[in-house]
Design a protein around this ligand. Structure first.
Ligand code: AMP
Ligand code: ZN
Length: 479
């Protein structure tokens, strides 16, 4: 077995994963702020975290994975300015902030399921407010100061603040807006007081007045409450490397009284971008997983698209790229269909693994152990799927083992489950099949005028007839 090497953003180096508790892997991933739908860029962060979890399980560790739900405390910017995202959306939709959170959490969880993301624990920030107040009380005297707007963390009280971002002075602080009375630009709120004369839907009593916890505090408290101090791996998108995670680290140092960052390894996925740059909700229109499905793409085509890029590289979204990933997925499903339909000979005895098969598995394992090199792992997977020198029944189990790491669940697919009806479709599948059967008869009877007429009628309804398609797909609905 190869050692598992992971890139630690804190040291900017590849490190061998060594669990803090033997045989276990405890992972915390910053989860969504549930004030809106997730865009597909957000979902890239969870495909990455899920892949990490799957690789850890494959390597034999007992995995505990937490993705928290931020249902309070996140302002419209990562720093301390702006409105509360939950309250703002609640006002816009005329609903309570609690309803907004419940609705978008359910939608997020449905997207996780559609991407075959294993169900991790999903604690909600609002369930931990008491623990957050206790944490803030314990660090208040040595590390915090109070202003009219809240309780602030003094970043100069911990060693090496901002070492994760590598920008503790000019670059990092430059992005943080001014709050009157803050001692240092980078200081941040750990408790935000409700302004006098205002009432918020989500507010709690605290020693610093009624208000709500700061977003950074949530993750320190939830990760430690659920996974201990220190735990193994903390993940998030690369934007969190600049403000959110340095602030979590500062709080962890203050709380533990030592310089440990709180996690053994900090890992960050790069952005999904499009022609306009980083995909984000503030940019207005954004793509949801549902948008892809509405256009006829299977959600796992998007999972495959993510795995085709290394998690530390930017990934540019395009419809052509998604289409190519979808075709690649179809080829895998068809190859597996053939393999699984071939029954082993009656006298088949499972024996020790042949050399060629074990080479395939070793290469796959080496690829995922090399900082989750999924582009290479996919090639290993396909090379085994299409390997002619190994009989289908001899490679079936190895393919399913690899599939468990990549997360396609090939065995639960059928060709028809890959055929997704675009929203714009004006014809039912059964009618397409009936028209194609009629066309087949016409062709057999050499009635080409009729066959062409049927084809033209189908085209007018958005159906592309794919005669002789090497994939064996007879038709597809245009989108
Ligand atoms: P948020 O709800 O904004 O806190 O984002 C949830 C997760 O998605 C965080 O880990 C972000 O870093 C990550 N994220 C946000 N935008 C993108 C993007 N365009 N590509 C990849 N990850 C992203
Ligand atoms: Zn977080």
């Amino acid at each position: 077995m190869s050692d598992l090497k992971l890139f630690n953003s804190l040291t900017r180096e590849l490190e061998t994963f060594t669990p803090i508790h033997p045989g276990e892997a405890r992972v915390y991933s910053c989860g969504p702020t549930v004030y809106n739908y997730q865009h597909i860029g957000n979902m890239r962060a969870y495909v990455f975290a899920d892949t990490l979890g799957r690789v850890l399980s494959y390597k034999g560790y007992k995995l505990t994975h937490v993705i928290n739900i931020t249902d309070v405390g996140h302002l419209t910017s990562d720093a301390d300015e702006g409105e509360d995202k939950m309250e703002k959306m609640a006002a816009a939709q005329g609903k309570t902030a609690w309803d907004i959170a419940a609705f978008y959490q359910a939608d997020f969880e449905a997207d996780l399921a559609r991407l075959n993301i294993c169900k991790p624990a999903h604690p909600r920030a609002t369930e931990y407010v008491e623990a957050m107040i206790d944490w803030a009380k314990s660090i208040e005297a040595k590390h915090c100061y109070e202003l009219e707007s809240g309780l602030y963390f003094d970043t100069s009280t911990v060693a090496d603040y901002g070492r994760l971002a590598r920008a503790s002075t000019d670059e990092g602080e430059g992005r943080i807006e001014h709050v009157d009375g803050k001692r240092h630009q980078a200081d941040f709120a750990i408790w935000r007081k409700t302004p006098v004369g205002e009432t918020r839907q989500m507010e709690w009593d605290s020693p610093w007045g009624r208000g709500a916890p700061g977003w950074h505090l949530e993750c320190s408290v939830m990760s430690q409450s659920l996974l201990g101090h220190p735990f193994d791996i903390h993940t998030g998108g690369i934007d969190h490397r600049e403000i959110h995670h340095p602030n979590e680290i500062a709080q962890n140092q203050a709380h533990s009284g030592c310089d440990h960052s709180g996690a053994g390894i900090w890992m960050h996925n790069n952005f999904l971008i499009d022609r306009r740059g980083k995909m984000s909700k503030s940019a207005g229109e954004f793509l949801r997983l549902q948008t892809l499905v509405d256009k006829g793409f299977h959600p796992l085509a998007y999972r495959l698209m993510c795995l085709q890029a290394h998690y530390r590289s930017e990934l540019e979204f395009s419809w052509e790229g998604l289409q190519a990933a979808f075709v690649r997925l179809k080829r895998m499903v068809m190859a597996w269909e053939k393999i699984s339909m071939t029954s082993p000979p009656a006298d088949f005895q499972p024996t020790s693994m042949g050399k060629i098969l074990s080479n395939h598995l070793d290469e796959f394992e080496a690829a995922v152990s090399d900082d989750l090199n999924t582009p290479r792992a996919l090639i290993c997977f396909e090379s085994l799927l299409f390997e002619k020198s190994i009989k289908p029944h001899e490679k079936g189990d190895a393919i399913l083992n690899m599939d468990e790491v990549l997360g396609f669940r090939l065995a639960s697919f059928s060709r028809s489950s890959l055929r997704i009806r675009p929203n714009s479709a004006v014809i039912e599948e059964a009618d397409i099949e009936a028209a194609l059967a009629e066309r087949k008869e016409a062709r057999a009877a050499k009635d080409f005028a009729k066959s062409d007429a049927i084809r033209d009628d189908l085209i007018a309804k958005g159906v592309e007839v794919m005669d002789g398609d090497p994939l064996g797909w007879d038709w597809r609905l245009e989108f």
